[in-house]
Design a protein around this ligand. Sequence first.
Ligand code: PSU
Ligand code: MN
Length: 298
Amino acid sequence: MQMTAEVERALIRSEPVVALESSVIAQGLPPEIGPDVAKEAQERVRAAGALPATIAVLDGAVRVGLDDAAIERLAHDDDVRKVGGRDLATCAVSGQSGATTVAGTLAVCAMAGIHFMATGGIGGVHRGWERTLDVSADLTEIGRTEVCVVCSGAKSLLDIPATLELLETRGVPVIGFRTDTFPLFYVTESSHALADRADDAGTIAAAAAAHWGFARRTGLLVVQPVADEVALPPDETEFLVEETLAQAEAAGVAGPAVTPWVLARLHAATDGRSLVANRRLLVDNAGLAADIAAAYYA
Ligand code: PSU
Ligand code: MN
């Protein structure tokens, strides 16, 4: 594992560090936008008084903290793997490069001793899981890694009730940040009620400290709705998601390729409005994760 000197120093001194995933750079966003968004997220973390540590594998080295050149490579090289927890070792041993999903990022957080991370949306239980068994490894890793994960919920292309059930089964608290319902990524609200809500970062930091203090060896999931002014309307979005999922199935798209494929279609179908929302929520989630980490280590 190669950690940048500033991240290593911060971790040794118990100063706030926020891990950022990189699959969003390589697979989630178009290459001409991904690096800008990644850098903006990093700047937001710094502005909140924490250090960003974007995670990836480059030429077989697990990297904690990336410079701008590394971020550009992830966006533009065409042999960058999508790396979950199971892929870390084979990617490293073969000398390949890979961008880490939430699951892969959490696996590296466990190695590095990082307890806070931010992402856009987590992977979850896919619709049709009864047939396909497609359940994101994000849920497995959140269920066994002591990291507070900040996201904007999950896309409605997932089976949201099943995803929430599995989080409960795995012992993961789901805390709404200034919301009482589970947000659906581009959409601020849903009909899925949450048991827990917090209105400031300090309360979430206290919940994380208590959770780990009670020897709960799992993550916590913090869900923050995308800002109202860039959110997409629920009905239009639900229709588009349904349509795109059907197209994916008809085109034979399956497994890890589903989410990137559907995202790209949605970006085109909304004339880029979904990209604006995606960008905003990624940066805002990085900021909230930094606020929580700063409160935790204060
Ligand atoms: N949701 C998004 N954009 C993304 C992802 C999810 O809106 O880029 C990525 C994240 O890295 C997440 C991963 O961890 O997809 C989940 O992939 P899968 O469903 O294959 O486990
Ligand atoms: Mn999957």
